[in-house]
Design a protein around this ligand. Structure first.
Ligand code: AOF
Ligand code: ZN
Length: 352
């Protein structure tokens, strides 16, 4: 019975879609005598939490007394953009709380459940945990590992090339796959490329759809080759851009461009700096050298490969090209494969 109501809470949480941004998707269902008396979900970043929405939506608040709350994430205990949900639960008279997963966010972790118990509320933990966790894959990873979830995305010819030669823009995948990638970008908080990709492809690096929370476009550019703000299309769009560079600025950067001056270009350090800004996920779009250095540094969880039925041969640039070897112990396992238009989309995960 608990699982049935938790499933409903998970379905509600999904309605949050991408609008919860860096906050979790959360759903809540309140049940009295086996009947759902109220529901709620987190609909938008900064707005009411799921539990409070359900409590406030209850048509007959007196029914809350002695009811059971099913919530996909441990209720919060802090004053953030919203007041603490545990207080609303205690005040409402709810007597039992069933939780999908504990909150990995250290400001809440374990405290929510403990406070409820201290108020004589019966707490049941870990109901449909893996389903509840899959609502918030990047959020959970970010707080558990204290670093962003990283995906390396590449578009390859059948012989593993990303361009006809280094520095040359080459169309690899078809229209459908290109559209799919644009949409996929919306699922990440940052899109990262090396300066070579900006110079060769002059990309915009935005999702096709407008979003209240567009991914931050990040360029890793040691020598400052991209610091010509009239020259590249991505600067024409007002969504935020960060550039990690050693170079002193030659031109004044537009307001939406943040220059992060550094002498340390080790990938773990850059990833750490990005994570410190609260970015939970990064979609790394290449090119070959950046991907190679991320692989070498073991800074990735997934590789998403778009494979086109094209052959480039001879002078073609290989997908991972750089100095030094990639650790041979690094193994991937295929997670999924699907056809998108003329191309294949293959998701591989790192074997831990
Ligand atoms: C949500 N929605 O339904 C629940 C959350 O800044 P605040 O006040 O919105 O707090 C965000 C934190 O609250 C979030 O990281 C998580 O720990 C907790 N629970 N957050 O956005 C919800 N239940
Ligand atoms: Zn809350």
């Amino acid at each position: 019975m608990d699982e049935r109501f938790m499933k409903k809470a998970i379905e509600l949480a999904e309605k949050g879609g991408r609008n919860t941004y860096r906050n979790p998707r959360v759903g809540a269902v309140i049940v009295k005598n086996n009947r759902i008396i109220a529901t709620g979900y987190h609909a938008k970043f900064g707005e009411k939490h799921a539990e409070r929405m359900a409590i406030d939506h209850c048509a007959h608040p007196e029914e809350l007394h002695d009811s059971t709350l099913y919530v996909t994430l441990e209720p919060c205990t802090h004053y953030g953009k919203q007041p603490p949900c545990v207080q609303a639960i205690i005040d409402s008279g709810i007597k039992r709380v069933v939780i999908g997963q504990l909150d990995p966010n250290p400001i809440v972790a374990h405290k929510g459940a403990a406070i409820l118990k201290a108020h004589q509320i019966d707490v049941k933990m870990n109901c449909l945990t893996s389903e509840a966790e899959s609502l918030n894959k990047h959020y959970n990873y970010f707080y558990r590992h204290k670093k962003p979830y990283i995906v390396l995305k590449q578009a390859l010819s059948l012989d593993g090339k990303i361009a006809a030669k280094p520095g040359e823009r080459t169309a690899i995948t078809g229209k459908r796959a290109n559209r799919f990638v644009h949409e996929e970008r919306l699922g990440y908080q940052a899109i990262l490329v090396g300066s070579g990709t900006v110079l060769a492809d002059n990309p915009i690096l935005l999702p096709s759809e407008n979003s209240d929370y567009p991914p931050i476009r990040i360029i890793v550019d040691r020598s400052g080759k991209t610091l010509h703000f009239e020259a590249f299309k991505l600067f024409e769009h007002p969504e935020p851009i960060w550039i990690f560079t050693r170079s002193a600025l030659q031109e004044k950067a537009p307001d939406h461009v943040k220059i992060i001056q550094t002498d340390d270009f080790s990938i773990p350090k850059i990833v750490d700096d990005i994570g410190q800004q609260g970015v939970q996920s990064i979609y790394v779009e290449g090119g070959a050298q950046i991907h190679h250095t991320f692989l070498q540094a073991h800074c990735y969880e997934e590789v998403i490969t778009y494979l086109a039925p094209k052959l480039i041969g001879g002078t073609g640039l290989s997908a991972f090209s750089g100095n030094g070897m990639i650790d041979r112990e690094t193994n991937l396992t295929f997670k999924s494969i699907e056809r998108i238009g003329e191309d294949l989309r293959i998701v591989s995960e790192r074997v831990k």
